[in-house]
Ligand binder design. Structure first.
Ligand code: CTP
Ligand code: MG
Length: 229
């Protein structure tokens, strides 16, 4: 039932516009990165965390890991230019073929209950991702002209974590590298090698902190969880 998790944290947070890695910004006086790491550090089924970091952030992150007593980080690997490259660097350090999760450091609100549901599914099927049904009406648009209205009931917004049998994910990454394919998530690489991926329903609070207004949503989510909203 145990798993390891790769946490890519080596981005630059350009869309946040803070002039530094958004993961070092604080929400309720604690860095975003630490909020995320603590979920896994405190999960009894998590055997270890592999963290991909930008070499320029490494010193600051090491200090934070000490300060906040994060215990399960096995390895700090250097990030790459793309998220996919950061994760590939981390995958290359994994030794045994268990279940591996990939979770964006920028999603601090993932719940343990959902991690476990995802894990169970991945153990059965080899590949599972978490997401939520789309709420808005969705259309395809080209040059500001609406082309079609997509049937909403088949659309899901995809989040992380995503969970895979390690050997399957590694094969998907090797194939993507051979073909120079870059995807926006890990599932898309596994889909390309024709392995079925199961969708597990998560919740709408599991947002990715991307732009400045997400920091306000983050505060609201924390307040809600503390019962003061
Ligand atoms: N990430 C990474 N290595 C990269 C790019 C991104 O490890 N070369 C990580 C980010 O740190 C983040 C996750 O992948 O935890 C999702 O990426 P995103 O939300 O796009 O973060 P950034 O790339 O930092 O932000 P931006 O795209 O706005 O620059
Ligand atoms: Mg990015």
């Amino acid at each position: 039932m145990a798993y390891q998790v790769i946490i890519p944290a080596a981005g630059q947070g350009k869309r946040m516009g803070a002039g530094k890695n958004k993961l070092l910004l604080e929400v309720n006086n604690v860095p975003v990165l630490i909020h995320t790491l603590k979920v896994f550090d405190e999960d009894e089924l998590c055997e270890g965390i592999i963290l991909a970091v930008n070499p320029l952030d490494t010193e600051e992150i090491k200090i934070l890991l000490n300060k906040y007593k994060v215990k399960k980080v096995l390895n700090l690997v250097p990030g790459g230019k793309e998220r996919q490259e950061s994760i590939y660097n981390a995958l290359k350090t994994v030794k045994n073929d268990g279940i591996i999760l990939v979770h964006d450091a920028a999603r601090p609100f993932i719940l343990k209950e959902h991690i476990h549901r995802l894990l169970e599914t991945a153990q059965e099927t080899g590949a599972a991702i978490i997401g939520v049904p789309a709420k808005d009406t969705m259309k395809t648009v080209r040059n500001h002209v609406v082309m079609a209205t997509v049937e909403r009931s088949s659309l899901w917004a995809v989040q992380t974590p995503q969970a895979f049998r390690f050997s399957l994910l590694y094969r998907a990454y090797e194939q993507a590298e051979r073909e120079q394919f870059i995807g926006t998530d890990d599932s898309s690489l596994v889909e390309r090698i024709s392995h079925p991926v199961t969708m597990v329903e998560g919740d709408y609070d599991n947002i990715k902190l991307t732009t400045i207004e997400d920091l306000f949503f983050a505060q609201a989510i924390l307040k809600k969880r503390q019962g003061s909203f």
